[in-house]
Structure formats: structure tokens, C-alpha cells
Design a protein around this ligand. Structure first.
Ligand code: ADP
Length: 221
């Protein structure tokens, strides 16, 4: 599912660098990425997604070797195979819930299948949003907004869902509710979940944790 081999990454003109000799995540696993702020969690997620490219080594995600693909090919790969959930939800206020869920199909790289709308509605129903399909994000609670984002991440039936602090803006009760929904939706679509979190209370919901502090490296300047 995800395989890193001898990966070295540094931001240009920045003292932060990561060295990842080997890392693999199996199909269907639910993995938490942990580490203090600034330790490289988002960087690791972006490397897995092919949004960042290492200076050395190889990264294979969902059976595709990302290192070696150009920017456009990696973007197409991302839209097709990966669902993303963010802390700030990243919903578009001028679109209603149904159109926000269908957003991955409006970004140009994927043809909208005939049953996409039906699939969006079914996903919304599975997370209890069916009454809200015509509403806009600002008319929803934060927990409801994150449920829309979870549906959007899953509408293309991706094999990998990457979530970066998806409960960071939610209170404890809503965190539990959204985590249960996220894990259930990912399981129902036989996907893999890789999620950044600070929340130690969520750890026992995952098959394993990856502590990124082990990958800290001295930057070559
Ligand atoms: P975390 O997700 O664990 O908080 P990040 O992966 O966001 O950590 O960041 C790791 C380090 O890389 C930090 O020192 C951060 O300032 C730096 N960093 C993050 N993004 C960039 C960037 N686009 N350019 C330069 N440095 C960055």
C-alpha cells in the first residue's frame, strides 16, 4: 500500500529534514501518525500523497511509484486513489453539501460516473447528513462539516484516506462521533486510513502508530 525506501527529504532553504530508511503500511490498516508540533507529520502525509517529492529514495503508494512521476501525473494519481480530510474541513461555502461531496469530480482529472450523485447521497445518508444535502457549510456545525469532508474523501472510492488532524477543531464528544464515522466509512470501502493526530485518547482506535520523531534528520545545508 505504502512503501518508503531510503527516503531523504528536506525543504529547500529550511533547516528541517527527514530520513526514512524504510516504512511500509499494509492494505486496510488504520495507522496514526504522531509526534510533537513541527516534527514532520504533515510532511510525511504530503510525501505519501505525492504532494512533496523527496530528494532521494523511492515512495510507492497504492501500487504506484510516485518518485519518477511528473507533477501532473502525481496530481492525477492523488485525485484518483487518495481521499483527503483536513483539520479546517476545506469545504467550499458557495457549494451545497451534495456539490461539496462531489467536488473531486469537478477538479478536472476524473470523469464523473453516472452513479456519482447517488453514491454521494448514500454516503451522506450513512453519516446522517441526508437532511442537509441542500444546505451550505456555514449552516452546519463543525462536526457536520467534517462529516461532509469525510463523504467527499470517500466519494471516489479511494484505496487510501489521508487525514491531517481531522478532529483538531472538534470538542471531545464530536471527536469521538467523527472518528467512529471516519473509521466505519473507511472500513466499509475497504480502504486504508493514515491519520495525523495529537490526541492520545484516540490511539487505541488504530492498528498501529508511526512516531515521526524517529525520522528527524540533520539538514544538509
Ligand atoms: P507537523 O505536521 O508535525 O506539525 P510539519 O510537517 O508541518 O510538522 O513541519 C515540519 C517542519 O517543516 C517545521 O519546522 C515546519 O516549519 C517546516 N515546514 C513545513 N512546511 C514547510 C514548507 N512548505 N517550507 C519550508 N518549511 C516547511
Amino acid at each position: 500500500m505504502v512503501q518508503f525506501t531510503n527516503v531523504e527529504f528536506a525543504y529547500p532553504d529550511h533547516a528541517f529534514a527527514m530520513s526514512i530508511p524504510g516504512l511500509s503500511v499494509d492494505d486496510g490498516q488504520h495507522v496514526a501518525i504522531i509526534g510533537p508540533s513541527g516534527s514532520g507529520k504533515s510532511t510525511l502525509v504530503n510525501l505519501i500523497a505525492g504532494a512533496l517529492v523527496p530528494q532521494k529514495g523511492s515512495i510507492t503508494t497504492c501500487n504506484t511509484k510516485l518518485t519518477g512521476l511528473d507533477d501532473a501525473a502525481r496530481r492525477r494519481f492523488r485525485l484518483k486513489h487518495i481521499g483527503m480530510v483536513f483539520q479546517e474541513f476545506a469545504l467550499l461555502d458557495y457549494l451545497n453539501v451534495r456539490d461539496n461531496i462531489l467536488l473531486p469530480y469537478r477538479l478536472g482529472a476524473l470523469a464523473m460516473p453516472a452513479d456519482a450523485s447517488e453514491r454521494a447521497d448514500k454516503l451522506a445518508q450513512s453519516v446522517g447528513l441526508d437532511r442537509h444535502l441542500k444546505r451550505h457549510p456555514q449552516q452546519l456545525s463543525f462536526g457536520e462539516r467534517q462529516r461532509v469532508a469525510i463523504c467527499r474523501a470517500l466519494v471516489t472510492a479511494p484505496s487510501l484516506v489521508l487525514a491531517d488532524e481531522p478532529t483538531g477543531n472538534l470538542d471531545a464528544a464530536t471527536t469521538n462521533e467523527v472518528m467512529t464515522i471516519l473509521a466505519n466509512c473507511v472500513k466499509a470501502s475497504n480502504a486504508t486510513l493514515i491519520m495525523v493526530t495529537h490526541n492520545t485518547e484516540l490511539m487505541d482506535r488504530f492498528d498501529r502508530t508511526i512516531d515521526v520523531t524517529q525520522f528527524e534528520a540533520a539538514a544538509q545545508r
